[in-house]
Ligand binder design. Structure first.
Ligand code: SF4
Length: 477
């Protein structure tokens, strides 16, 4: 990837611990997902994806209607909706609220939206103390880093690194057992929950017909952050709205499965309004901050607005060959992987990081696994053309153009394509061995760079077409 500091990317590629951590964690998430979306386990999985896509499409096309409905239902249950144009507006609101209520300590449940506006740093500048309470988020906050992954923020940290971090920042004995580390974090955070005046959460869904926010979590910290402090503020992007509570029957089946391979996450909380008279817990005040931060700019374009369907499951990151090599910190913004490549240029402008839409092989794995069927490769192509039009990147060189023309010409002639494929297979059967025999070639810049990170798979003995024909023939016989 050009654009991110080159030495930083090189360090990631050469760091074997990090490479193993990324590959292992994303591989585990992929296999867990595969196990719970297979046709034997969930026969209507593809149907659910289509339904989710249609619900999102309908909602985003009628966003103004559903947001107003949501806001009036929040008000009807005693809550308040704050409309925020950007991060500065969110911070202004929170700083004023904290001052009015004499609050300094704020506990936070995991929220990518708050990461997007760098909320912790900004609140810190107002003399406030925000503390992350999701374990992964707490670890990256202590390390002064941003999340490495949408659903697994500390995916890149080994337990030994966490042990050092806890000793350095919390002054505790070095403890390498994960269970004991969790206990340490738990005891520190328990105190914070009990003393905080404000609890901040994100929202996975905003339900228009009830005014409820829905939180999907695994650790239980979100329940404490939203019920123990006397004020709860939920910060959510405006695209999180869905029309009806019954739509959750679709989204909840998809989200846990796509994110972590769980049929349902451990906790699913429905929160609407402050504590009522007959309730034993819950906040005295309940606010929902609806954040735009560039989202409404996408609404006018029927292709781009698809990006607003995202439910932040992270499946596209786990399946992305680029993310799996470069990890989460080599992307320019808090959203990494395929979803980061499409929303960063759209929220921040294509001129912000013009290289980003080009950092993709367009293999299409992201679209295949996306639970709401966002056509990510198509959006990447659209963004690439915008970057070229904005003259932020040179169009293809003549040589590149010629290469693509020849390729297209061959691809339009199936017989020729097949013949060339067979010739290629016969001559370069094992491409890597062939290249290695060529004197000096492996030391040539681009070839050397390629093989420092990848292998070249040997060509199969039979082409796809040959296998297809054989299979058809066998089926007919
Ligand atoms: S783009 Fe799709 S796969 Fe990627 S995080 Fe969003 S919903 Fe999940």
């Amino acid at each position: 990837m050009t654009g991110a500091p080159e030495n930083q990317i090189r360090n990631t590629l050469e760091n074997q611990h990090l490479q193993t951590a990324i590959y292992t964690a994303t591989g585990r998430l992929m296999s867990h997902r595969r196990a719970v979306v297979s046709p034997e386990v969930l026969p209507d999985f593809q149907e659910l994806r289509t339904q989710a896509n249609l619900i999102k499409k309908h909602t985003i096309e009628n966003l103004d209607y559903y947001l107003e409905q949501f806001a009036s239902n929040v008000a009807a249950r005693g809550g308040k909706v704050i409309w925020a144009r950007d991060g500065a507006a969110v911070v202004d609101f929170l700083a004023k609220l904290a001052k009015e209520k004499n609050v300094r300590l704020i506990v936070k449940a995991k929220s990518m939206t708050s990461e997007e506006i760098e909320l912790n740093d900004r609140l810190g500048r107002h003399g406030l103390e925000p503390v992350e309470t999701d374990l992964g988020e707490y670890i990256v906050q202590l390390a002064h880093e941003r999340p490495y992954h949408i659903v697994a923020p500390a995916l890149h940290k080994t337990r030994y690194e966490v042990a050092d971090l806890f000793t350095e920042r919390l002054g505790v004995e070095r403890e390498t057992e994960i269970e004991r580390q969790t206990k340490i974090a738990r005891s520190v955070l328990r105190e914070k929950f009990l003393s905080a005046g404000i609890g901040i959460s994100g929202a996975n869904f905003l339900v228009a017909d009830s005014g409820a926010i829905v939180l999907v979590t695994n650790e239980g910290n979100a329940r404490m952050a939203t019920t123990l402090p006397r004020i709860h503020v939920a910060i959510a992007g405006i695209e999180k709205v869905i029309p009806r509570a019954q739509d959750l029957a679709v989204f909840l089946k998809l989200l846990g499965r796509s994110a972590t391979g769980q049929p349902l996450t451990v906790y699913t909380s429905f929160l609407s309004g402050p504590r009522r008279e007959n309730e034993i817990d819950g906040p005295d005040e309940f606010y929902v901050v609806l954040l735009d931060n560039g989202r409404t700019r996408l609404l006018a374009d029927r292709y781009k607005r698809e990006s607003l369907y995202c439910i932040r499951c992270g499946a596209c990151l786990n399946h992305c060959p680029v993310y799996r090599k470069v990890g989460g910190h080599n992307y320019p913004w808090v959203y990494s992987g395929p979803i980061g490549k499409i929303i960063t240029p759209q929220y921040l402008g294509v001129t912000h990081d013009p290289w980003l839409p080009f950092a993709s092989s367009l293999c299409g794995a992201c679209e295949e696994v996306c639970p709401v069927k966002i056509r990510i490769p198509r959006l990447l192509l659209k963004l690439r053309s915008e970057v070229v039009k904005a003259k932020m990147r040179d169009p293809q060189s003549r040589l590149e153009r010629l290469g693509f023309r020849v390729w297209a010409w061959v691809m339009c002639r199936p017989k020729l394509y097949e013949m060339l494929g067979a010739m290629g297979s016969a001559v370069f059967g094992n491409g890597e061995a062939w290249l290695r025999r060529a004197p000096g070639l492996m030391n040539y810049g681009p070839v050397k760079a390629w093989f420092s990170q990848r292998d070249l798979a040997p060509m199969p003995a039979r082409s796809f077409r040959q296998m297809w024909r054989a299979r058809r023939k066998a089926a007919q016989d």
